[in-house]
Design a protein. Structure first.
Length: 627
């Protein structure tokens, strides 16, 4: 969850770290801090509760000097968001400073041990335990093998690396770590187990970050650390060491992003920028994957042959939050187009269950970040049972992308707003292409396949047209933004969109909202209906249109305000509604993509009118790497 950045090179470390933290603030923003090694060797630590601006103000006053350091922006797991709990944390007598993303499960046991040995804790975090453990190993090493003469730099670095390895061996849990050391103004060590880290390669400088996108504009060459790997990094180069196998020859990847990709541009918020990026993101997701010669979809990374995929008898889709909602859309798509039995499971539940999975079961794990802890654990459990696993993911080199047997990259571009928008619609399109592919392997005809391809090609234009409803949505938001409760109602393909619309509103405006199948409203939720509780109906002209109209009548009869998202020109639904938002007509199985857009805009504008921080909603962070 937290944002980590590290630098060693020729630039002023404080400036690099601060800029990196601003790019990573979406990963956590309740406190922040930096540790910089002074050229004379002392550790300078500055940290502050609150947003990055609070830290920036302190840095103007304190001005740490040096060319090597680490920074951190926090999403709290242990301890309140205060100055004392902000990272970096110091170990021993200011021997080491570190930043940490993850959770140490045995920290209390280790803390008790260290306190008995005289170590003083100055925070309520689990992370401080790691700093003291590393200092303890350094002190033990110096006592056991004091050098007769000053050691060469290489040997000193190896002693530090050995101390870190010994400390990490005692930890239970997950971590992404970056460490700097007193007396070593040209050395950075990074380590990973379960939380993402990448090394950025420069000319006479190197970087560490918890998200590769944050390195855009600094470097185009990156190395993804794998679990149980450590990196020993200097301005001149770096070494990767695996816990079990020793030195590793790293695979260097091209980042393929420039600084503009992670800037807001003319938009006031990342979320609004990403909503408006959806037409192009959808094109990128589909690019090169629709084959008219075969009337099918083509995927280069599934790593399973058509014969193996044809033998699949059941698909399990797992994910969390927005990705779980996309999975529900996928269930409808695969059942309708491919006639495949599909189950959609919350990853947090699937990982601890022991469901009977017969031969021929295939797991799809859906995740924007590729680092979601529960989704990763569910994938590992299903792989352990011997079933093939595939991922639908937006981040190249992420843990889930590496550990799945194969998968599909969304190519939606960086999504920085905490509330997911373009990832959801791109996930829906990726699932539509999968349904086309599986359908063509089974019973879908050539003509049907071509028709689906035509509909998919037309979709980005329809989404572009849908964005023209923005002004209407703003007026709806002005009318209803003070309401404290909303219902979102839809049937069939629109039920998952109702869930997603309610989630968006909750996430960024802190307004209570619930999504339901429209027909289920009368089995309980209708008791909530009053003149202060708007019902948002998703009512395209599909095969259950008349049924949903009847549900609208039930709300109308009880005095509840109705906001209707309708197909352009629909006068019947408009006559029942108090507010109407029109979207273009598209084929039924692609309606979730266009219907989601006005709900994203509605949540956005309500949040703005309520004075909420849209991109950094309270208590949330973008990449959920803890349980």
């Amino acid at each position: 969850m937290c944002g980590i950045v590290g630098y060693v090179g020729h630039q002023a470390a404080t400036e690099v770290l601060l800029q990196g933290l601003r790019r990573l603030e979406y990963r956590g923003y309740d406190s922040a801090g930096v540790a910089v090694v002074h050229p004379e060797g002392t550790l300078q630590v500055v940290k502050a509760a609150g947003r990055i601006d609070h830290l920036a103000a302190k840095l103007v006053q304190e001005k740490p000097q040096g060319h090597c350091g680490v920074g951190h922006t926090r999403w709290a797991t242990h301890g309140a968001p205060t100055d004392r709990n902000a990272h970096p944390h110091l170990g021993g007598n200011r021997l080491v400073a570190l930043v940490h993303n993850g959770v140490i499960e045995n920290y209390q046991e280790l803390k008790t041990l260290l306190e008995r040995e005289g170590y003083t804790f100055r925070s309520d975090t689990d992370s401080e335990v790691i700093a003291h453990l590393v200092a303890r190993e350094l002190e033990a090493l110096a006592l056991a093998d004091p050098p007769a003469a000053p050691l060469p730099t290489e040997q000193l670095h190896q002693r530090l690396l050995a101390a870190v390895q010994e400390a990490l061996a005692r930890l239970h849990g997950t971590f992404g770590l970056a460490l700097v050391f007193a007396g070593h103004p040209d050395l950075l060590i990074a380590a990973r187990r379960g939380s993402p880290l990448v090394v950025g390669i420069g000319q006479g400088e190197h970087f560490v970050a918890s998200d590769a996108a944050s390195l855009a504009g600094w470097t185009q060459q990156i190395v993804y650390l794998a679990d149980h790997e450590l990196a020993l990094i200097t301005p001149q180069g770096f070494q990767i060491i695996h816990r079990d196998t020793g030195h590793v020859t790293p695979a260097v990847h091209h980042l393929g992003l420039d600084a503009e990709c992670v800037d807001r541009g003319p938009y006031p918020h990342y979320m609004l920028k990403e909503i408006y990026e959806q037409p192009e993101a959808l094109r990128n997701t589909m690019r090169g994957r629709l084959n008219t010669d075969e009337a099918s979809a083509h995927f280069g990374g599934l790593n399973l042959s058509p014969a193996q995929l044809r033998s699949v008898r059941r698909i399990v889709i797992t994910g969390c939050g927005t990705s779980w909602h996309a999975g529900l859309v996928g269930e409808y798509l695969l059942e309708q187009l491919a006639r495949m039995p599909v189950e959609v499971e919350y990853a947090s539940e699937l990982r601890y269950r022991n469901p009977p999975l017969e031969p021929g079961t295939l797991l799809f794990a859906i995740t924007q970040s590729g680092e979601t802890a529960d989704t990763l654990a569910a994938l590992r459990e299903i792989r352990r049972k011997g079933h093939p696993t595939l991922a639908i993911c937006n981040v190249v080199g992420s843990t889930i992308a590496q550990e799945a047997d194969g998968g599909i990259y969304l190519h939606a571009g960086p999504e920085i707003g905490v509330a997911s928008t373009k990832a959801f619609t791109c996930q829906c399109v990726a699932l539509a292409m999968l349904a086309l592919y599986f359908g063509r392997l089974r019973d879908l005809s050539f003509a049907q396949g071509l028709q689906i391809i035509r509909h998919l090609h037309q979709l980005p234009v329809a989404v572009q047209q849908t964005l023209q409803c923005d002004e209407v949505v703003q007026q709806v938001a002005k009318r209803y933004h003070q309401c404290r409760n909303f219902l979102y109602l839809g049937r069939q393909y629109q039920f998952p969109v109702a869930l997603e619309g309610a989630l968006k509103l909750k996430e960024i405006s802190y307004v209570h909202a619930e999504g339901y199948p429209a027909a289920e409203m009368k089995h309980g939720p209708i008791a909530l209906v009053d003149e202060e509780t708007p019902s948002v109906f998703l009512i395209p002209q599909d095969h259950v249109y008349d049924k949903v109209l009847a549900n609208m009548e039930e709300i109308k009869a009880r005095g509840g305000p109705i906001i209707a998202v309708v197909t352009q020109g629909d006068e019947r639904a408009a006559a029942l509604a108090d507010a109407v938002i029109e979207v273009p007509e598209v084929v039924e199985y692609l309606q979730p993509v266009v219907m989601a857009v006005p709900l994203q805009l509605l949540a956005y504008h309500i949040a703005v009118l309520r004075g909420c921080d849209v991109d950094k909603p309270r208590n949330l962070a973008k990449s959920v790497t803890v349980e």
